[in-house]
Design a protein around this ligand. Structure first.
Ligand code: PLP
Length: 385
């Protein structure tokens, strides 16, 4: 399986085991073991407390602009509600989401980030074995967990343009397939499947097997360019969409996400979660403000597009071909040993990720502020000589 998660990268990069040549030290607790339990513990126990101060933190696809001022205000106000369990407040956010997506509030389940939903789906669909069908070069948090829970993962190679090969995925559907997992825009390639193609695929496949659409990066597409798969859910199709506030809303540390799907599917997934009460009142109230703050979302998207275009152009001028990205990161082949490149970048204060696919090393760089991307390009020039 040739795919990509934070945990894998950290392991491959030595961050979890040996530490960087930049002098990182890792506690024993952060070292992964092969036991299933450690999977849950280590997903977010990823970075050591003594990570060197970076000039550009471009390894985790975070929002460099922070949370919306309106969200901050709501968060502070909500502190006074901290003694109460969250209850009615979910309804407000679900109502707003349901209006945008054309579904009912009962089609929505909130969660502390989308990773918990991926884990729930892994546990549910891997139960009793079977196959999960997906693409190579994709985000494998769900896949790795499902494999540990007993599922077989079949990853179809990407097209030559680094896109999901939906025709081949469709051709590989067998009675053994329990779920199809699609990440769109995809991590780490940043590529998309055109909305019409995706919709046609879901219409054909979902009546046979659930289609799980991980839409963590969908907010970086212009609203008119986004697939509108909520309508398939409204029609009763077994399509599951997951979304996160970690990206355009800047809530990676606050933790908020949601799934859109059939009520019975959400009920099944809920068995493997702590329920919506796992979301704090402060995060939820900030989430409501952020969801409504379309200006802030537009601002972050515009800044992302500008900084991404600048970086892709600068890399192209240096002779590096970036895979056209629709998200807040980009992937391109490099000509150095990945570990050497990564260590040299980190030791100069630029945090990125590297990965090998089919023996070819790649750099994945998140889109930071323009200043961070200028620092990235300058350092990149020095490192590659
Ligand atoms: C494709 C994809 N899905 C899901 C996630 C999970 O994000 P979170 O748990 O912060 O919502 C990530 C995180 O980077 C991601 O890249």
């Amino acid at each position: 399986m040739s795919s990509y998660t934070r945990r894998d990268w950290l392991r491959a990069s030595g961050l979890l085991t040996a530490g960087l040549s930049a002098g990182l030290k890792f506690t024993k607790a952060a070292t992964p073991t092969n036991s299933v339990q450690s999977v849950f513990i280590n997903e977010f126990a990823i970075l050591p407390p003594d990570l060197p101060k970076l000039r550009a933190r471009l390894f985790a696809n975070e929002n460099p602009h922070g949370i919306a001022p309106s969200a901050r205000e709501a968060l502070v106000k909500a502190a006074d509600l901290g003694n109460r369990y969250v209850w009615m407040e979910f309804a407000q956010l679900k109502q707003a989401i349901s209006e945008n997506e054309g579904v009912k509030p009962s089609n929505i389940m909130m969660s502390p980030g989308s990773s918990d939903l991926l884990m729930a789906a892994a546990a549910h669909y891997a139960k009793g074995g079977g196959t999960i069908l997906t693409s190579a070069m994709t985000y494998d948090d769900l896949l790795e967990r499902a494999e540990k829970f007993g599922a077989k993962i079949v990853s179809i190679p990407m097209t030559k343009n680094y896109q999901y090969d939906l025709a081949t995925i469709k051709a590989k559907l067998t009675p053994d397939v329990k779920m199809v997992y699609i990440v769109n825009p995809n991590n780490p390639t940043g590529t998309i499947v055109p909305p019409a193609e995706l919709e046609a695929f879901c219409r054909e496949v979902a009546p046979k097997v659930p289609v799980f659409m991980d839409e963590a990066y969908i907010d970086f597409l212009e609203p008119a360019d986004r697939p509108k798969l909520g309508k398939l859910v409204a029609e009763g199709q077994n399509v599951i969409l997951t979304r996160t506030f970690s990206k355009i809303h800047g809530f990676a540390g606050l933790r908020l996400g949601y799934a859109i799907g059939q009520p019975e599917t959400l009920k099944a997934l809920r068995q493997y979660t702590n329920g919506e009460f796992a979301v704090s009142i402060t995060t939820l109230m900030a989430g409501i403000a952020s969801y409504k703050d379309v200006d802030w979302q537009n601002h972050c998207r515009t800044e992302n597009t500008k900084a991404r275009a600048y970086t892709a152009k600068a890399l192209a001028e240096l002779g590096y071909e970036v895979i056209p990205s629709y998200a807040n990161f980009m992937l391109f082949p490099i000509r150095m040993k990945p570990k050497t490149f990564e260590n040299q970048m980190f030791s100069q204060g630029i945090g990125i990720q590297t990965r090998e696919f089919g023996g070819q090393p790649f750099c994945r760089v998140s889109v930071g502020t323009m200043d961070e991307m200028v620092a990235f390009v300058e350092t990149f020039k020095k490192v590659v000589g």
